[in-house]
Structure formats: structure tokens, C-alpha cells
Design a protein. Structure first.
Ligand SMILES: Nc1nc2c(ncn2[C@@H]2O[C@H](COP(=O)(O)OP(=O)(O)O)[C@@H](O)[C@H]2O)c(=O)[nH]1
Ligand SMILES: [Mg+2]
Length: 196
């Protein structure tokens, strides 16, 4: 019997400004997309609850709000986090390109501040690009081939192409992370139970 436990996981979203972190959280938690909203300074916290096999899973999702410079992020943003999502943008301009180039910097920042945690890579704003065209050229830095390889080399759990605007893959991508956190937690419980 595993029923009725409650687990709380802290998940952080990082990535350059404007890649769509806040929009992804809104899409996932409220199934909404808004073009304009007020940006606040600091970090914003959104709660999300789900039941798996009769167990209550609470995600506490931390979002950087308007202070995405690597150096500016305070320690308590990272402290105690159970998972991280690094977001870049697929938009085809300098901002989009830089957001991908900065992924290793975000990874370093996470490694510096927290222990080894599950991480996912989201390539957002997929609605703005022609994915078939990207994938037709395997050598393209943003082809599935190259980004899956990058995700593997950097020890991400996986790479997901998302759109907060259309909602494409958002539920699946967050769902995969929740499943991973849940399975990991349950295996710890099972190991402990065997010791008793
Ligand atoms: N086309 C498109 N625009 C998006 C998407 N996600 C976010 N945006 C827009 O990109 C801008 C920045 O989004 P925001 O969520 O504030 O990014 P953040 O700074 O990383 O939190 C806003 O104008 C959003 O409406 C997406 O998937 N597709
Ligand atoms: Mg934001």
C-alpha cells in the first residue's frame, strides 16, 4: 500500500529574460496565455497539485522575475531545489540564439548552488519556427538531432520543444519531470521500508 502520501517538490525555471518562463508556468498551471502582463521583481512562486496513485504531489514552482542576469540571482532561489528547468527560445533572432548559447552558463549556475538534481531543457516558442525545416538539416544547431545530443551530453533528463502560446508539449514536458521526481521519491521510500 502506497496510498495517501504527500510530497512537495521545489522546481526552478531559469533561462534568459523573455524566453517564456513565466508564460510556460501560466500555461501549465492555469492553461492560460497572456500577451501582456506586469513584471514584478524578484522571484514568483506558483503552486501546482496533482494526485498520482493516490499520493498528493505538490510542485512549488519558482520563477525568476525580471532579474535574469546570472550574477543577480540570490542563493535562496536555488536552495533546496529538487529539479530545474532551463528554458531557451527558438525565435530566430539574436535574443533566441543567445538564449541557447547561455544554456551552459545556467547549468553552471545551478551546479554551483545546488546538489545533483534532475534537469530538463525546454526549447520554447516553437510556434515561431518551422520544425520540419530545422530537422531537415541535421547539422543545424537547433535540429532535434543536435539538441537531443546536447541534452544527453549535459545530463539533462530530456529536451522538449514547447510553446506556451499554443500549449504544445507543455503538459507532457512538466509531466515527465513530475513523474521522474515521483518515481525517485517512491524508490527512496521503498528502500527505507526494506530496511525497517
Ligand atoms: N510566440 C510565442 N511567444 C511567447 C511564448 N512564450 C512566451 N512568449 C512571449 O514572449 C514574451 C516573454 O515571455 P515571458 O513569459 O515573460 O518570458 P520570461 O521573461 O522568460 O518569463 C512575452 O511577450 C510572451 O507573450 C511562446 O511559446 N510563443
Ligand atoms: Mg518572467
Amino acid at each position: 500500500m502506497n496510498g495517501g502520501r504527500s510530497f512537495t517538490f521545489k522546481v526552478i525555471l531559469v533561462g534568459d529574460g523573455s524566453v517564456g518562463k513565466t508564460s510556460l508556468i501560466r500555461r501549465f498551471v492555469h492553461n492560460k496565455f497572456e500577451k501582456n502582463y506586469l513584471m514584478t521583481l524578484g522571484s514568483e512562486i506558483t503552486k501546482y497539485n496533482e494526485t498520482i496513485e493516490g499520493n498528493n504531489i505538490s510542485l512549488v514552482i519558482w520563477d525568476l522575475a525580471g532579474q535574469e542576469g546570472f550574477k543577480n540571482i540570490r542563493q535562496n532561489f536555488f536552495t533546496g531545489t529538487n529539479a530545474a528547468i532551463i528554458v531557451f527560445s527558438h525565435e530566430e533572432n539574436e535574443h533566441g540564439e543567445n538564449s541557447l548559447k547561455n544554456v551552459p552558463k545556467w547549468l553552471e549556475e545551478i551546479a554551483k548552488h545546488s546538489r545533483k538534481i534532475p534537469m530538463m531543457l525546454f526549447g520554447n516558442k516553437i510556434d515561431l519556427v518551422n520544425i520540419d525545416k530545422l530537422n531537415a538539416d541535421k547539422a543545424h544547431p537547433k535540429s532535434d538531432y543536435n539538441l537531443n545530443k546536447l541534452a544527453k551530453d549535459m545530463n539533462f533528463l530530456g529536451y522538449y520543444k514547447t510553446s506556451a502560446l499554443s500549449g504544445e508539449n507543455v503538459r507532457d514536458a512538466f509531466g515527465e519531470l513530475i513523474k521522474e521526481l515521483y518515481i525517485k521519491q517512491m524508490s527512496i521510500f521503498d528502500a527505507l521500508r526494506k530496511e525497517l
